[in-house]
Design a protein around this ligand. Structure first.
Ligand code: NDP
Ligand code: OXD
Length: 313
């Protein structure tokens, strides 16, 4: 197979660095030359314009520059070619840092200390050991497993919930609809690392949060969502925080992004907000493996990290 040409189609951030690095090895364009451009062989995309990829007769594969591919499926006309997503140590490490940071902050009562400091209060609250706390991770994929292992290393009990039956050493695993309530009932701090699919949209509802365990020394259940904003219902989270169903939340993702200035989540004393920054795709780490995959594919080797279209992730 000849050395294919790349269409780089991203919206929402500047493509310059991706363009520079991809161009080191291949011809890269930012727009097809008309609706049926036969010269395009690969599309490297993030939230591409609807219909942009339809009718490219020689498209061999699509590369998402993110781990999540829900942005691609916003366009129902995405052609039926293999879709490769990001799986990278660098991304898993960043997500693990975010999860460990937020779990430890809730566990070590960061919000309480910040409030005490503001009032110059010298008071030592009771502190639980990590082993008394169960962190439940929804989604034990590339990112969820890495985070689970780090939390186990810190001494937390870790539960995991997946679509299919899964085993991860040291983690109590649950799966499917039947496993969801038992998983929640055994979880103090809920970490959401699911992909957004038709099955998971809106899953983090008030009813789900009500099932979390509250018998620990944290003084209530905690939610950490770094998956996708549309997995949650912002209004349900606010309701749960306000009536005590949830003690605190760390949210990296929101139903609408950027989070609108009018959202009460911005100023809520029990909410810690980050701007979808838990694990950002870094072209310095991701472009080379992408180019290597294209070359390997052209030598007849299979593509790796393929998306299962039927499952939606
Ligand atoms: P993976 O595809 O490796 O893992 C997905 C996990 O979710 C799997 O364990 C899968 O179960 C589980 N899952 C999927 N659907 C369901 C379902 N219906 N019920 C129960 N479990 C389900 O994804 P990654 O770990 O690489 O990434 C996870 C998500 O993190 C991405 O899709 C993206 O949305 C988000 N993300 C957010 C970032 C940020 O900065 N905030 C950065 C990067 C990613 P099974 O094991 O059975 O397949
Ligand atoms: C991703 C993201 O999916 O950055 O990789 O959210």
């Amino acid at each position: 197979m000849d050395k294919g040409r790349i269409l780089l189609a991203v919206t929402g951030f500047h493509p310059q660095r991706w363009h520079e690095l991809l161009s080191a090895e291949r011809d890269v364009v930012l727009e097809p030359d008309g609706p049926n451009d036969p010269s395009i062989n690969y599309a490297v995309v993030w939230k591409q314009r609807p219909n942009l990829l339809t009718g490219l007769p020689n498209l061999r594969a699509i590369f998402s520059i993110g781990a999540g591919v829900d942005h691609l499926f916003q366009d129902p006309s995405v052609p039926d070619v293999p879709i490769v997503r990001v799986v990278a140590d660098n991304l898993s490490r960043h997500m693990t840092e975010y999860v460990v940071w937020r779990v430890l902050d809730h566990h070590r009562q960061g919000a309480l200390y910040r409030a005490q400091q503001a009032r110059k209060v010298w008071h030592e609250p009771q502190q639980r050991v990590a082993h008394d706390i169960s962190v439940g991770i929804m989604g034990l994929g590339q990112l969820g497993r890495a985070a689970a292992n780090a939390l186990l290393g810190l001494g937390f009990c870790v539960n995991g919930w997946t679509r299919r039956e899964t085993r991860v050493e040291g983690v109590s695993t649950f799966h499917g609809e039947a496993g969801l309530i038992p998983f929640l009932n055994a979880t103090d701090i809920l970490v959401v690392l699911l992909p957004l699919t038709p099955d998971t949209q809106g899953i983090v509802s008030y009813d789900l949060l009500r099932e979390l365990r509250r018998r620990n020394g944290l003084g209530g259940a905690v939610l950490i969502n770094a998956g996708r904003g549309k997995l949650q219902r912002d209004a349900d989270i606010l309701r749960a925080l306000d009536d005590g169903t949830l003690k605190e939340a760390s949210l990296d993702v929101f139903e609408t992004e950027p989070l609108p200035e009018t959202s009460p989540l911005w100023n809520h004393p029990k909410v810690f907000v980050t701007p979808h920054a838990a694990a950002t795709s870094d072209p310095a780490h991701l472009v080379k493996p992408m180019l290597d995959q294209m070359s390997a594919f052209e030598r007849g080797e299979p593509l790796l990290n393929l998306v299962d279209r039927a499952a939606g992730y």
